[in-house]
Design a protein. Structure first.
Length: 281
């Protein structure tokens, strides 16, 4: 199994930087698209820091100085290399934005497998009228370098060879792959959000403290991280958006608790803002 020789990542936030990290570590030349020079520089710095930490922990054979020359940045999707074999979009969870990004990628990179890192949006809806035969979901998990799973999401119009190729590439990155049919929330987000929302309701009702709810899941069910701390890591705003989407698709059992809405309204979004259900300062 070998990783793609040339790949592109659109969006240099937490997920995009993490995806770039694992591709670089596997020997791939990566082009990262970001809209402004400032955001591109921030993404490159994030990748460099991530690679340095991995190397210091013995998780990466080559030092970052030998890997970073393989990373380039461009200001637009239309400037991605046409030879790219894989394009992964990691932009915010907005259907129109993802469709626009992948439409540009489909034209710019005519032979690439087009992958969306969405955690909940319909892959069929993203792929419709674009290049559906080579578009699929490739859902990485945060933090990408450490998390072992990639959830490949298929739909009726995707070509089998695109799924086979994406699976081989993900495994070459050291990931374990599960194949999931396109459905609201797929497998992981649907289950993870359900538990996370129930944990928030329990906190809202005073059943237990955030720390004790998380400790119960860690020690009682061997979760590596409790659902509330995980929500802080994912971002309360991201979890709220996914919950609202799932509520619209699957019904009121995914209705976001008022506590979640209140925290997002106050800007308490989790680790990225310093406070969510826990204090990260």
């Amino acid at each position: 199994m070998t990783a793609p020789t040339v790949a592109a990542v659109v969006g240099g936030g937490t997920m995009g930087a993490g995806i770039a990290h694992v591709l670089l570590a596997a020997g791939t030349r990566v082009t990262l698209a970001e809209a402004t020079p400032e955001r591109a520089a921030a993404a490159r710095d994030a990748v460099a820091v991530s690679l340095r930490k991995a190397h210091d922990r013995g998780k990466l054979d080559l030092p970052p100085e030998q890997l970073l020359p393989r990373l380039s940045t461009v200001p637009a999707v239309t400037e991605l290399p046409p030879t790219a074999e894989l394009v992964v979009e990691a932009v915010p969870e907005d259907l129109d934005l993802k469709r626009r990004v992948l439409a540009e990628a489909a034209n710019t990179c005519p032979r690439a497998v087009l992958a969306s890192n969405t955690s909940a949006l319909s892959i069929a809806a993203i792929a419709a009228d674009l290049a559906p035969a080579r578009t699929l979901g490739m859902h990485f998990f945060n933090p990408v370098p450490a998390q072992e799973l990639v959830e490949l999401v298929t739909h009726d119009a995707v070509a089998e060879n695109a799924v086979t190729q994406a699976r081989a590439w993900a495994e070459a990155l050291g990931k374990t792959v599960i194949i999931v049919r396109d459905a609201p929330g797929f497998a992981t987000s649907r289950l993870g959000v359900a538990v996370g929302l129930e944990a928030i309701r329990m906190l809202e009702e005073g059943v237990a403290s955030a720390e004790d709810i998380d400790t119960g899941m860690r020690l009682g069910y061997r979760w590596p991280m409790g659902p509330l701390r995980l929500t802080d890591l994912v971002g309360l705003d991201v979890r709220l958006a996914i919950a609202e989407h799932l509520a619209g698709e699957l019904g009121p059992r995914f209705t976001p608790p008022q506590l979640l809405r209140d925290k997002v309204a106050r800007g308490e979004l989790g680790r990225k803002t310093g406070r969510g259900f826990f204090d990260w300062t």
